[in-house]
Design a protein around this ligand. Sequence first.
Ligand code: ACO
Length: 337
Amino acid sequence: MTFRSEITGVGSFVPSKIVTNFDLEKLLDTSDEWIQQRTGIVQRHWVDDATSNSDLGLIASLNAIKNAGIDKKDIDMIIYATLSPDHDFPGTGCYLQAKLELPEISVLDIRQQCTGFIYALSIADKFILSGSHKNILVVGSEVHSKGLDKTPNGRNVSVLFGDGAGAVVVSRKELNDPQIDSRIIATQLFADGAHAKELWIPAPGSAVGKDRMNHQMIEEGLHYPQMNGKAVFVHATKRMAECLVSVCRETDTSLADIDLFLFHQANLRINSKVAEMLSIPEEKIFNTIQNYGNTTAATIPLGMDDAIKAGVLKKGMLVASAAFGSGFTWASAIFRY
Ligand code: ACO
């Protein structure tokens, strides 16, 4: 039997606390004008002290499972994408699995940062098409706010990121169901580790020195994200445009055939530049960065859920997605929702 992978349920969750650019002005020696002009961000959500990454992932997952119209016991695998885990190990997928009370199902954590969701979707697609699994829960979740330098030293990075989670259920269907053609059509995954230190967190880590973590590393701020913003901008625009064209070529799709573009939300200017490079009408791109900042692995499923709720993404639409992130990693996907 031949199968197709269908995204049958989408869900998301953001914590209730909203942090505006004006709130950050009080902490970071920044301004609403600077942030909006350079990034498009107006506000982001931050968790309270008691909330963890898997807490956000749990609510997003329950919403996705409900929207898929299945029982949570029908889930047979969790793929969890995050760069801000509950703990260094075990992977956050294990904590989510326990909170969902789904003992024994397989759990896979992946670490491809902003590109994590498309990598996870691609892995889910392959497992589904192999026939081994029926309903895979793919989660992207981030708690950035607990890991940012909230002093003026960190202002170039700390204004960019927010907390949130998104999840989808990828389900196995027979390919020749005449009713519907919804399926993941293709995914393409790329990386270039030569640029790993353009966007990274040096510590804790076994490559830093004698200890994975010590007081000196904290004093030097090595536990905060570090970014070469200009290098990220240049590579992100080039690679996102490239991988979109490439996945279109693989699937014999014209960019003009795409109904909706769900891009990673690192920076509004990156998405506008990609649109300009490929002559994509801006109204076909669903941007959410204004409300959430960059939520890395959560961005695309969170945006997908918002697009559904806004009536912008409808069943049967042809969707293209592209992301770029730390690693560097980048990826694209085409699916019919
Ligand atoms: N508020 C006010 N001033 C700031 C801030 C801030 N938050 N951050 C930096 N500045 C200052 C700098 O100190 C500098 O001042 P100076 O001219 O006196 O030295 C000035 O603003 C310009 O700094 P640059 O770093 O050169 O700013 P740039 O114009 O490159 O914009 C930005 C920075 C927005 C990050 C840009 O490089 C960019 O868009 N890069 C893409 C990276 C990105 O979006 N990353 C998101 C995460 S990665 C991902 O998801 C793929």
